[in-house]
Design a protein around this ligand. Structure first.
Ligand SMILES: [Zn+2]
Ligand SMILES: [Zn+2]
Length: 107
């Protein structure tokens, strides 16, 4: 599988593993991309039931989905509205700024 490009920096992201799940992270801005299934696997690995990534109040952005090239939309996490996520409505993946994914999962 070819490496994804960071939607913000357009540099190739590195793959690493967290909690047994493959995650793409940008070395430049520290943001991470999670596919829909990767997000669900991460939430499941914490002992919870798998949770869908629910993003609301979507606004258009200039960024493109690294997976399917659809335009990303910035929105808020359904339950935790202080989290901003760049979300792809086509494939269900999301881009999290540095540290946000960890903070979100930690709650
Ligand atoms: Zn980046
Ligand atoms: Zn997409």
């Amino acid at each position: 599988m070819s490496k994804l490009k960071c939607p913000k920096c357009e540099v190739k992201m590195d793959v690493f593993y967290q909690l047994g799940v493959e995650i793409d992270q940008c070395n430049s801005c520290g943001g991470v991309w999670l596919d829909r299934d990767e997000w669900k696997a991460l939430t499941r690995s914490r002992g919870d039931n798998a949770v869908e990534l629910n993003v609301v109040n979507l606004q258009p952005t200039d960024f493109s989905c690294p997976r399917c090239q659809n335009s990303l939309q910035e929105g808020e996490h359904l339950d935790k509205s202080d989290f901003k996520i760049d979300y792809c409505t086509r494939c269900g993946g999301g881009f999290f700024d540095r540290g946000e994914m960890v903070r979100l999962l930690a709650r």
